[in-house]
Every structure is written in C-alpha cells, then in structure tokens.
Design a binder for this molecule. Sequence first.
Ligand code: ZN
Length: 388
Amino acid sequence: MELLWLLLPIAAASGWWAARRSTTDRNASAVRHADYFKGLNYLIDDQPDQAIEVFTRIADVDRDTAEIHLALGNLFRRRGEVDRAIHIHGSLIARTYLTADQRQRAMLELGEDYLRAGLFDRAEELFQKLLDQPDLMTLALSRLIHIFQQEKDWRQAIAYSDRLERISSESKRRQTAHFCCELAEEAKGHSQDDEVRTWLLEALARDPACTRANLLLGRLAMRAGDYPAAIAVFQAVERQDRGYLPEVIAPLGQCYSALGHLDAWITYLREVQERDHGGRITDALAEYLLRQEGEESALRFLERELREYPTLLGLRRLVEIKLARGQGAEYADLRALHCISTQMLNSAARYRCDNCGFVVKSLHWCCPGCLQWSTIKPMPDLVMKTSA
Ligand SMILES: [Zn+2]
C-alpha cells in the first residue's frame, strides 16, 4: 500500500503519454500500455527493480516517457532510495532523444540525487553546468552554496553567495558574515591573529549585527591582554541581539576581574539586570556578592531574586552557598538537591532554534535542523516560571 502514492504522478504522466499517441500506432501503443501496467504491478508488489526495468524498456522505444522517468526518479529519491533515483535519472541523461529542457531537468534531478547521497563532487559538476541556463541559475547557485558549506569551502561559498545576491532580491549578508567567521576560526586554529581580525571585520562589514564576530573579537582581545577592548565588543553584543547576552556574561566577568574593576562590573550587572533577569546574570551577581560582601549578602540577594525570577541556576548557587557552611548529616537534603540540580543543568538543552525549534546543548551558529544561520540562541536559563 505504501507504494500507491507513487502511482498518482506516474498515472498522470501516463495519461499524457497515451493522449499523444496517433491513430496510426495504436497497436504499438497498446503493447506499451500493457508494459506500463506491468510496471505498475511490480511497484504495487514492492518489486521496484523489475518496475524500473520495465519503465526503462518503455523509454528505450518511446521518447515521450521521459516525464515518467523524471517522476519515478524523484519519487524514489523522496522515499530515500537514492541509488535507484540516480540510476533512473542517470540513464535518462544518456538518452539521445531528450529535448534541451528535459535534459536540463534530468541533470537538475540527478544533481539533487547526488546531493542526497553525499556525492558532492559529482553534484557540483552538474550544478556548475546548469549555471549557464538563465532559468536554473538561481537554483544551481543555491545548491552550489550548500555544497561549498558542506565541504567547508568558505571562500567559494562567499563568492557564490555574492553572485546569487546580485541576481536575486534576497540578502545573503547574514550567512556570508558567518562564512567570514568560519574563515576567522580556521585562521585562529593556526594562530594567525591578523588574519582572524581581518575576517571578523569583514564579517561585521557584511552584517553589523553579527554577534558571532563580536564574540570572537572579544576573545581575540582577551588573548592579547587588551581587556578594555574586549569589554567594549562584548558589551556591544546586547545591542546587536539581546538573545545572545548570556554568552558574554562569563567572559565579561573575566575581563573586569583581570582589570580589578569589580565596582564597574557590579554596576554593569545591575544595569543589565534591570533589562534581563536571566539565570546567568543572577548567578554572576551572587558570585560577586559572595566574594565581596560574604555569604549572608549573597543568600539574601538570591532568596529575594529567586522568589520573583526562579531559575535552576540561581537555585543551585543558593544551595551551594548553604552547603559551604558544613558537611554534617543535617545537610544531606541539600547535598541531594545540589546533585539533582547539577544533573538537570548538565542534561538540559540550553539552546533553541527560533526558526524550527531544534534544541541542543551547545551553541551552533548554523542550525542542524533547518540550516539557517544565527537562529539558535540561548534559552532563558531554565526559568521555572510561575503561572501567569
Ligand atoms: Zn532551525
């Protein structure tokens, strides 16, 4: 039964095929029609190899069945049977009788088959050939960009994205900024700081809202010991996209600590807290109070904060501070609570894609679910919201 859905487009193609028969070759057509239904029966009996053989034989004697092959190959690819799709589309291209339009469509479909099979070099070759066709250029370019991303050939991905942007109204700035960041990460791996900086500035020139470029620039400045510069670019992240603010709290704390500017740090945290009661900001404030004013001050702050904005991170910090008072049997419950909250924090997904809802434990700049860039953002720190 699962193969029945295959029949609709093939039946439509068959009707079109049959309608084209002239009265002079009705007998031959009847023979081919018999073959066609034989092929359908093979499909219904879940014998696609035999079905393909029959349809291929029909194609050998009748050029009009190209449409049937295109439909059949696409359906096999959608079913995940990529080898069969490649066989059908590949054998179709080898025919000499195809019209130019049919040949291009067969090449396009074969390229899609190769992409699905992960045969990127073969797919690239086909899509490069289709770039000369005005009607297919946009599609071929988008497929080539996808291939270059998979192959991590970021320079080519940038060049082809720029080319696509020139012929379409769709901006590619956000994704090309990320391609520049990918090149910066590669250069960072080789400790080529000047090249890292050049690519990151290029990323910001392409997309001033590229938070990833700022995060990497901040890390670069920290490595060079230029903490004021690092603080400036980390703080700019909130203006670029507030969703990424939790990502800069920890490195900002390190920068302020390195400079010994703890008063400025607490002032900044309190300002930020006016706008955002995320768990990481609360946790950073509690840590500061613990170090500067002692555990009573930190506990009072956490109890007040958690009553209004209960977060798992804040709860664990509160339990941690209380546990530091002693290790006796009376602390057994607190130890269990600390263990449970730590396990929950470690196992919880902390990031979610705004576009498709994909959840992950670590930050991915390109969503594995929908392949969009900059759509995965930190979740609001497991806020245990009270009912509205
Ligand atoms: Zn997504």
